[in-house]
Design a protein around this ligand. Sequence first.
Ligand SMILES: NC(=O)c1ccc[n+]([C@@H]2O[C@H](COP(=O)([O-])OP(=O)(O)OC[C@H]3O[C@@H](n4cnc5c(N)ncnc54)[C@H](O)[C@@H]3O)[C@@H](O)[C@H]2O)c1
Length: 242
Amino acid sequence: MASLKGRRALVTGAAGGIGQAIVARLKTEGVIVAGTDRQPCATDFSFDGDLMKAEFCDALPGRAFEAMGGLDIVINNAGIITRGPVTAASDEDYQRTMAINVEAPFRLCRAAIPIMTAAGGGAIVNTSSCWGVHPGPNHPLYVMSKAAVASLTQCLGMDHAHQNIRVNAVCPNEVNTPMIRTGFTQRGLDPDTAVKQLNASVPLGRIAEPEDIADVVVFLASDQARYICGSLIEVNGGKQVQ
Ligand SMILES: NC(=O)c1ccc[n+]([C@@H]2O[C@H](COP(=O)([O-])OP(=O)(O)OC[C@H]3O[C@@H](n4cnc5c(N)ncnc54)[C@H](O)[C@@H]3O)[C@@H](O)[C@H]2O)c1
């Protein structure tokens, strides 16, 4: 996509399963990338830190802008999954889930929008989930956090379109990353066998690979998606939430 060459992107969760695929795809398109995660990222600029820290989030878009000489794209990809019924959820589970999945995107959007506005516009891609749009069983904290991201996306898409800032969200169903594989391991299942079984539940015949999601994220960040604003794009291989 010619439109992306030389643009400057900040990607959270850049060392994770989907994050690494997003970074690789952006690099292929000639984008300058600042990555952030709890460990160093294989990006042009790396800001390792904890998204649970408010001051870290508040400062990140400005630091990325300074480092790259601009900020055209923000990809709020980092997230955690908290499993189990509400009766098993601790205060810490609630605070951690909301801090990483909701408060961090809120803080990053709030800090990035004035920077992008001053430069004439930009694109923000948030990561919700099919489960944030269609609730599934036994993950209430995760589902409500992803519903909040979906709502934040729709609101900001409306409120900042006039500043030429497009805010959209990708909503994956199951993706073959450490997030889903560690869940199988915790339940005593072999992740490869469990993924094969899960593949059979998807109309397209397999759960998503990180690249399937990264392609949609990069499309939404590009000028090819210039008329898409405030949208929640489900990427699910035809599988509904069960
Ligand atoms: N894997 C799936 O099935 C699936 C489905 C729907 C949505 N998603 C969403 O996609 C996004 C990426 O998930 P993934 O599957 O690549 O997971 P992942 O666990 O592989 O990657 C998530 C990354 O976020 C980082 N992160 C988590 N907490 C952080 C914190 N406090 N500070 C800084 N970084 C932190 C992790 O270090 C990790 O690198 C998440 O928002 C997730 O909710 C994933």
